[in-house]
Design a protein around this ligand. Structure first.
Ligand SMILES: NC(=O)c1ccc[n+]([C@@H]2O[C@H](COP(=O)([O-])OP(=O)(O)OC[C@H]3O[C@@H](n4cnc5c(N)ncnc54)[C@H](OP(=O)(O)O)[C@@H]3O)[C@@H](O)[C@H]2O)c1
Length: 258
């Protein structure tokens, strides 16, 4: 497939590193890039593309630029092609309006896509065909796992959990490291212990499908150290309330941005 990516900054560049393995041909338009990313062709502006046509056009510019920049590319898609947008908070209706009503698939990647371990939500527009969804899914699977969502409300809920999720996890890790330092460890030691514990625990949970409560209970002896820690952490349900408030706030913000 012949794929055009408009904008190749932090997220576009991260995805491209994984996508290059797909065997598709990539052309990038980005006026700010000095050199072409490995395996892709770089042009500085639409004028450099002459009358080229593409199977897929990927929108990876900032959402506020879309209405101005996207319409100029609407004649560059082949007849069965589609637009794949990673722009946060830019609705399918807005994308179709800026792109001559052609088929759209909206995607929300998250940051670990940069190392091939992301979780991406895919939301097909009303006239996106099975072939478009299958291709978008295969592309995103190069960057991690994929959840196909029924509508844009589900994509906003996905954003509140997985799109914003790396922010919550970094913050959790930061406070965990700070707590380890409070107990007397140096920062480097604390970071090693906390990130190692998080990574190992998550890897174990992913190996099987035991309920998370069972896994938690399997490391919690009655009156032991973990029981004491867990009682202080969530004995009164404070952690449940905090995470519900965090994900609800992120979802409400996504709805406001629609
Ligand atoms: N970063 C994330 O974690 C994340 C997660 C999910 C979704 N997204 C979405 O991904 C999109 C890109 O975000 P980002 O964080 O990657 O932003 P970014 O780093 O600013 O990337 C945007 C790129 O577009 C370039 N650009 C500016 N004008 C252009 C034009 N006329 N034609 C082509 N390219 C142009 C920019 O160049 P200059 O820098 O020179 O202006 C920049 O390299 C956004 O819509 C965002 O909502 C990002």
């Amino acid at each position: 497939m012949n794929i055009l990516m408009i904008g190749c900054g932090k997220m576009g560049g991260a995805l491209l590193k994984s996508w290059i393995k797909s065997g598709d041909d990539y052309t990038i338009v980005d006026p700010g890039l000095e050199s072409a990313p490995d395996g892709a062709k770089l042009v500085k502006s639409k004028a450099d593309l002459a009358d080229s046509r593409f199977d897929v056009i990927v929108v990876a510019i900032k959402p506020q630029m879309i209405d101005d920049i996207l319409p100029a590319y609407s004649d560059m898609l082949i007849e069965d092609g589609y637009l794949l947008s990673i722009a946060a908070g830019c609705s399918i209706a807005r994308l179709k309006k800026a792109f001559d009503d052609q088929p759209v698939v909206r995607v929300m990647p998250n940051l670990p896509a940069a190392i091939g371990q992301g979780v991406s939500g895919i939301c097909p527009g009303p006239d996106a065909g099975d072939a478009h969804v299958t291709h978008a899914r295969a592309l995103m699977e190069h960057a991690g796992s994929v959840v196909v969502l029924d509508d844009e409300d589900a994509l906003d809920r996905f954003t509140a959990i997985a799109g914003s999720g790396p922010g919550y996890v970094f913050e959790l890790a930061r406070t965990y490291v700070a707590a380890a330092m409070e107990l007397g460890f140096e920062e480097a030691e604390a970071r090693e212990m906390v990130l190692g514990t998080l990574a190992g625990t998550v890897a174990m949970a992913k190996q099987g499908d035991e309920p998370l409560e069972e896994l938690r209970d399997s490391v919690t002896s009655k009156n032991g150290t973990t029981a004491a820690g867990l009682d202080a952490l969530n004995g009164g349900g404070d952690l449940d309330r905090l995470l519900q408030a965090a994900t609800r706030a992120a979802y409400d913000r996504a709805v406001e941005m629609r």
